[in-house]
Ligand binder design. Structure first.
Ligand code: HEC
Ligand code: HEC
Ligand code: HEC
Ligand code: HEC
Length: 228
């Protein structure tokens, strides 16, 4: 009886060992799988989809070697002139040839990589979002120089720059990240407004040092006041 028990015990051990070996062999042949974790859909979720800045990084050394004073360079007041309010899509300040010509790369011929455009005597600003091919869904042409109708509309003003904890700390990012994922599009190159042209375009991972503080732009509701 005792011998039978020992035999049975060893038989079980051998079966278990065989199963472990077989399972581990099967597991090594399986494809690795990392489940995609869906982002939480709350209203303060920001969308950092920053591959654009890494794609533009190949121009970083060119940007770094640009001369400091660029003829006809823009400043922030030029930048804000084409926007109805801070963060609004700028209107198209030049004529647009074919109204129906949407999304076939026409606009990207000049706005993908920028560069000097002789007919407009200006540098074309690089678009931060070349993947949004239907440009005129958001960017409209200017139809009139006067108001359609007077109103009491007040423009949302831009936040101030230079907001940093210590003299040499990285300033905070005062704007939202959505539609701003490609930092180098606006902060480097000859069309970047001179006040915000970055001295270090080669440090590609911008958000390693710069944090967002756009509370001035999107005030977070103060729930504590309600209980007063
Ligand atoms: C979903 C709306 C949307 C679409 C589509 C869109 N844009 Fe924009 N674009 C914006 C907004 C909003 C801004 C302004 C961001 C800011 O200044 O805060 C902007 C900014 C810009 C700027 C200004 C950058 C600078 O340095 O002055 C250019 C140029 C531009 N877009 C070109 C384009 C082109 C070209 C396309 C098509 C390939 C396009 N956009 C598609 C919303 C859009
Ligand atoms: C021939 C080159 C060229 C083409 C094509 C072109 N643009 Fe431009 N775009 C420019 C230049 C140059 C400027 C700068 C003008 C200036 O600063 O006076 C500009 C400025 C802009 C601006 C204003 C950006 C700002 O921050 O003020 C927007 C928006 C814009 N273009 C959208 C478009 C759209 C949309 C199309 C396609 C329908 C388009 N562009 C096609 C050269 C071009
Ligand atoms: C559509 C153009 C645009 C894009 C894209 C953009 N910015 Fe800006 N940025 C601005 C403008 C304009 C200002 C000036 C303040 C304002 O109007 O919000 C600014 C201000 C800043 C400042 C403050 C500078 C100072 O001297 O205080 C920092 C830092 C900054 N941006 C970082 C970033 C980073 C990091 C990214 C990429 C995640 C980025 N920006 C993408 C247009 C842009
Ligand atoms: C290693 C940290 C670090 C990284 C990465 C970094 N920055 Fe900065 N940034 C700083 C510091 C520090 C300052 C302040 C410099 C000063 O005041 O002398 C600064 C200043 C700035 C300014 C104000 C103008 C200037 O150049 O002084 C802008 C705009 C800016 N950074 C944008 C960017 C952008 C866009 C990127 C990504 C291409 C980036 N930064 C990557 C640390 C960083």
């Amino acid at each position: 009886m005792k011998r039978l028990f020992i035999l049975l015990f060893f038989a079980l051990l051998i079966i278990a060992a065989a199963m472990i070996v077989a399972n581990s062999l099967r597991a090594t042949n399986e494809d690795a799988y990392t489940p995609i974790i869906e982002p939480v859909d709350d209203e303060y979720t920001i969308l950092p989809k920053e591959q654009g800045v890494f794609e533009r990084a190949k121009y970083a050394t060119d940007y770094e070697n640009l001369p400091y004073d660029i003829p006809g360079e823009r400043d922030l007041s030029d930048y804000y002139k084409t926007q109805a309010y801070h963060g609004a899509p700028p209107y198209v300040p030049h004529p647009v040839s074919d109204d129906r010509n949407i999304g076939d790369g026409q606009c990207l011929q000049c706005h993908q990589n920028g560069g000097f455009v002789v007919i407009y005597d200006a540098y074309a600003p690089v678009t931060p979002h070349p993947e949004k091919v239907n440009c005129r869904q958001c960017h409209v042409t200017k139809e009139t120089n006067s108001l359609f109708k007077a109103s009491n509309y007040e423009r949302l003003e831009a936040p101030s720059i230079g907001n940093k904890a210590l003299v040499s700390s990285p300033p905070v990012i005062p704007h939202q990240l959505q539609l701003h994922e490609n930092c180098l599009a606006c902060h480097a190159g000859p069309s970047a407004p001179k006040e915000i042209r970055v001295t270090h375009p080669e440090r590609v991972n911008c958000r390693q040092c710069h944090v967002v503080n756009n509370l001035e732009v999107v005030p977070v509701p103060d729930f504590t006041r309600k209980s007063e």
